[in-house]
Each structure stands twice: as structure tokens, then as C-alpha cells.
Design a protein around this ligand. Structure first.
Ligand SMILES: [Zn+2]
Length: 513
């Protein structure tokens, strides 16, 4: 997600900066590898088969069969699924929108969503299941027999989804229906236990493994559909005015869609990937497509090739700048400045590398993908000089912005915790999260780059992409790959940023107790 502008033309004084923080930042703002990736990671893995019926913009019915693979070394007696829509319910404690942004997110008044589970079966057999977490956003399915490592179990789910009227990744608005994190998705079994994190209004509270998807959706025929993966076929049923579209996505870590009756589209082939731009209000759609095309080319070149054949760039109603999903990025139609719209396209496309191919626990290590996506905006402008945005100016403005944030926060709150290595729910405010995960993360990578040189830096990122692609990375994986590639000891400098002791600008940032 993009929540924060880098401050490329930052000239604000402290007072207006404070207002910005408090009142709300509207924009929180290898060829062989690619060819083999889907084949390598899309074989013998968990598969989702999902049949959806969008009855209207508020209601969707689902039947889902998951052929779940136990990728752990433990014998499993249960399988957990996230039920993220329940975080949008009226009684949810861990709400998807903080108080600060509530009026902006719900322009038509508060609206609520949920997912009701009607039936769960294992194979054809009934089974016991319960809901967990404060907001019932976890489904625990007790297996009828132990599931051994590398074995599969077929789980059937029947559900009804209520879509809220909210400018968010899951919600409908005046222009679009955003379907992100809408279906039951298997939790990750990590380090001998299930990851059961709740929702958070900070960041992107998601974590999943690579899987294959076969999804069909039936919807009113006046809608146009943007989606993860490839459309295999569409069939129009004239008698009831609906279309059924079948889609397939292999070796992806999530599946998302956006529907609108107003979408116009344009497509362009970039190397082996067809970018399709879905838009309705963008008056510079050719320029936006050009930015998307250059972003894909730049990151293919600097990090390693994007392994998928489709990428949907989607203008949509959204509270923040944008949101990333595999093969699909949401770009907010509410951005005031076109420059910010372009930055969001670049940032979200960079997430295809950092989050999409190289995954990570976004709840525990939100900075890991966000700081790389943010630094990728610098990399983009550096490699596309026609936009006349210089690397040193980007970094200098980020440092100015960051030190001002620390100063102001200390003035107002008497203390500031600048550590990056916190779980999403451990950040006190959204600005605190944004400045730690995005702005400071971007400064950190530029500092590391200055230390080890350009070649070592980009070789490290290429190695990180190559080694961790298809997997979920941890901070230690990143640090070790940078150290191995550059033959430099970097753990201490990385950790000084992560624990909040690094000196940035003239500000010494000590973590608070
Ligand atoms: Zn992001």
C-alpha cells in the first residue's frame, strides 16, 4: 500500500507539517527465473477453486474448494483460515479504518461488511469448525484425520459475503467494487504454529503462501472486471443479464478483483507481460500507461524479471494512495496531484517484486516490503531521467521530512518511538508507522547503497529476488543476502535503523521505553 508521499517538492514549515500529520496524510501515504517461476512454484501446491456470484454490489455468494497442502514438517490436526471481511463488521474491535480517517473512508456514513460461513466439509464429510480472535476473523477447521507433511486435504466452504460501502480494499463505492482479501485464505503455518494475526488499520495486515487459483465469478453484464491472473473465458447469459468469467492464476499469494460499470481499458505488451489499464476519470491515461510500462521495464532490469503474463493497473475509489495484489494494483482516484498518482503506480508495481514474488509477513515486518517499494520509486526516477526527479533530491527531502516528523512528534507527544521492527498493532499512530516503514526505510536503503556501492546494492537485490522469490522472506534473509553479496558486515547498520538508534540528519533517535 502507499500511504505517504516522499516529499519530492517538500517545502512545508513545521506548523503545516504538524497539521498534515494530525489531520491526515491523504496519500500515505533473468529470463530463466521468470520462465521457470510459475512452473517451479505452481506445481504440487495448495489450490483454490472458487465459484462466486455477485448478486449486487453489496452481496456475493461463494462456494470454495481448497486442496490444502501441509507444507510444514508438523502433523496438522486443524487448518486455519483468515476471514478478513469480519473485520469490517459493526462489532469489530480491530477495525480496518482508524478514527482519523473514518469520515474520509465512509463518505456516505458508516457501513459494515462480513462473511457468513454456511457450511464446511472435508471431502464430502461434515467436520467441526469454530471462529477465533476477537472479531471472529479466524476460522479453525478441525480435520477428521491427521494431515502429514506434504499431504493434501480437500476443504469445502460455502459462504455469503456482505460488502461494505467504504473506500477501502474490500468495499464498494460510487465507481467501483473493490474485492481484496474477501475470501477465506489459509493462514501460514510458521515456526511450529499458525500465524493468527488480527486486522489492523495500520499497513497491510496480510500474510499468505503461494497457491494456484481457479476462480469464476457471475456478475451483472454492465460491469467490466479487472482481476489477478488470466481470463480463460467469459460467457454471457442473456436471459438473466449476467456474465460468468473464468480466471486462472498460478503461483500467486492472493487473488483480487475490481469491478466497475465505467471502466475504459487500454493494454500494452511489455516484454512477456500484458499490462491492462482500467480507468474512468484519468485524463492522462496514456501518460499513466507509460509510467506503468516504464516501471515494469525498469524493475525487470534492476531486480529480475516479473514472472507473470498479466498486470492490471486499476483506477478505483480508495482511501489511501493505492494497494497491491498479485497481478493487480489499485490506484486511488482521490489523489489531488497527478504526480502523486504516478508515484502510486510506481510504488504499487514495485510491490509485484516486494510482496508479490518475494513475500513476507506484512503484519510482523511491514517495513520489509514497504521500504523496498518506496525505495523503488527512487530507482524508477533515477532510471527514467525524462521525469527530472533526481535521486539525491528524493533522499534529501525524505531526510528533511523524517527529521521534521521526529521534531514535531517530540514537541507534541514528548517522545517518539522510531523503531521499525514492530508489529502493525504496536505503532501508536498511522503517521508513526508511515514514517518508520516508508520514509525511514527508504533512507535506510539509500544509506546501505552508499556504503556498499551501486553494483553490490543491485546485485544484493537481484539475489534477494532470485533466492527468496516464491517464498516468504524474513529481515534476516534480507540482511544475510546483502552481507553475502557485498562481502560486508551490514547487520549492525540494518539493526540500528530497525531498533531506532540510527542517526538520521541531525536527529538521534532513541527508542522509548
Ligand atoms: Zn506499499
Amino acid at each position: 500500500m502507499l500511504r505517504c508521499r516522499m516529499g519530492i517538492k517538500h517545502k512545508r514549515i513545521k506548523a503545516t507539517f504538524l497539521a498534515l500529520i494530525i489531520l491526515g496524510l491523504s496519500l500515505f501515504c533473468s529470463g530463466c527465473f521468470a520462465n521457470n517461476f510459475v512452473k517451479k512454484f505452481g506445481t504440487n501446491i495448495t489450490e483454490y477453486n472458487i465459484d462466486l456470484k455477485l448478486e449486487d454490489k453489496k452481496t456475493m455468494l461463494g462456494k470454495q474448494t481448497v486442496n490444502y497442502k501441509n507444507t510444514s514438517s508438523n502433523i496438522l490436526g486443524e487448518v486455519y483460515f483468515h476471514l478478513y471481511p469480519n473485520s469490517f463488521s459493526d462489532v469489530a474491535v480491530n477495525k480496518p479504518v482508524s478514527k482519523l480517517y473514518e469520515s474520509k473512508a465512509y463518505p456516505n456514513g458508516l457501513s459494515f461488511g462480513k462473511i457468513e460461513i454456511n457450511d464446511v466439509k472435508i471431502g464430502n464429510d461434515n467436520c467441526s469448525y469454530t471462529f477465533e480472535n476477537t472479531d471472529n476473523d479466524l476460522l479453525k477447521i478441525t480435520l477428521n484425520a491427521p494431515l502429514y507433511p506434504n499431504d493434501f486435504v480437500k476443504i469445502f466452504l460455502d459462504y455469503k459475503i456482505t460488502i461494505p460501502n467504504v473506500l477501502h480494499r474490500f468495499g464498494y463505492n460510487d465507481k467501483t467494487i473493490n474485492l481484496g482479501n474477501f475470501y477465506p485464505i489459509a493462514c501460514v503455518f510458521d515456526a511450529d504454529d499458525w500465524d493468527k494475526h488480527p486486522y489492523s488499520s495500520n499497513g497491510d495486515p496480510f500474510y499468505s503462501g503461494i497457491a494456484n487459483y481457479n476462480v469464476s465469478i457471475n456478475y451483472p453484464n454492465d460491469y467490466i472486471l479487472a482481476n489477478t491472473g488470466n481470463k480463460i473465458q467469459s460467457h454471457e447469459n442473456i436471459t438473466n443479464g449476467t456474465i460468468t468469467t473464468n480466471m486462472q492464476a498460478k503461483a500467486v499469494r492472493d487473488f483480487a478483483m475490481v469491478l466497475s460499470t465505467e471502466f475504459k481499458t487500454k493494454s500494452q505488451l511489455v516484454e512477456d507481460t500484458e499490462i491492462t489499464y482500467y480507468y474512468y476519470g484519468d485524463e492522462k491515461s496514456d501518460d499513466s500507461m507509460s509510467v506503468a510500462q516504464k516501471a515494469l521495464s525498469t524493475f525487470n532490469n534492476k531486480y529480475g524479471k516479473y514472472p507473470y503474463t498479466t498486470l492490471a493497473v486499476v483506477e478505483t475509489g480508495f482511501l489511501y494512495g493505492g494497494m497491491e495484489y498479485p497481478n493487480l494494483v489499485m490506484i486511488s482516484d482521490g489523489l489531488d496531484k497527478y504526480d502523486d498518482y504516478c508515484i502510486t503506480i510506481i510504488h504499487e508495481i514495485a510491490h509485484q517484486w516486494w510482496y508479490g514474488v518475494v513475500g513476507n509477513n506484512e503484519y510482523d515486518y511491514g517495513w520489509l516490503d514497504e521500504s523496498l517499494a518506496e525505495y523503488s520509486v527512487v530507482v524508477f526516477y533515477e532510471n527514467n531521467p525524462e521525469y527530472e526527479i533526481m535521486r539525491d533530491v528524493c533522499v534529501k527531502n525524505a531526510i528533511t521530512s523524517y527529521t521534521l516528523f521526529v521534531d514535531v512528534y517530540k514537541d507534541v507527544f514528548k517522545q517518539v518511538d522510531t523503531s521499525m521492527n514492530r508489529k502493525l498493532n504496536q505503532f501508536n499512530t498511522e503517521p508513526e508507522y508511515v514514517y518508520a516503514a516508508y520514509v525511514k526505510g527508504m533512507i535506510m536503503f539509500d544509506d546501505i547503497r552508499n556504503l556498499i556501492g551501486d553494483k553490490n546494492f543491485f546485485d544484493s537485490l537481484k539475489n534477494y529476488y532470485k533466492k527468496m522469490g516464491g517464498h516468504n522472506a524474513t529481515p534476516n534473509n534480507l540482511i544475510e543476502i546483502f552481507e553475502d553479496t557485498s562481502h560486508r558486515r551490514l547487520k549492525a547498520i540494518f539493526e540500528s535503523y530497525l531498533d531506532g538508534t540510527a542517526i538520521i540528519g541531525n536527529v538521534e533517535n532513541k527508542p522509548q521505553n
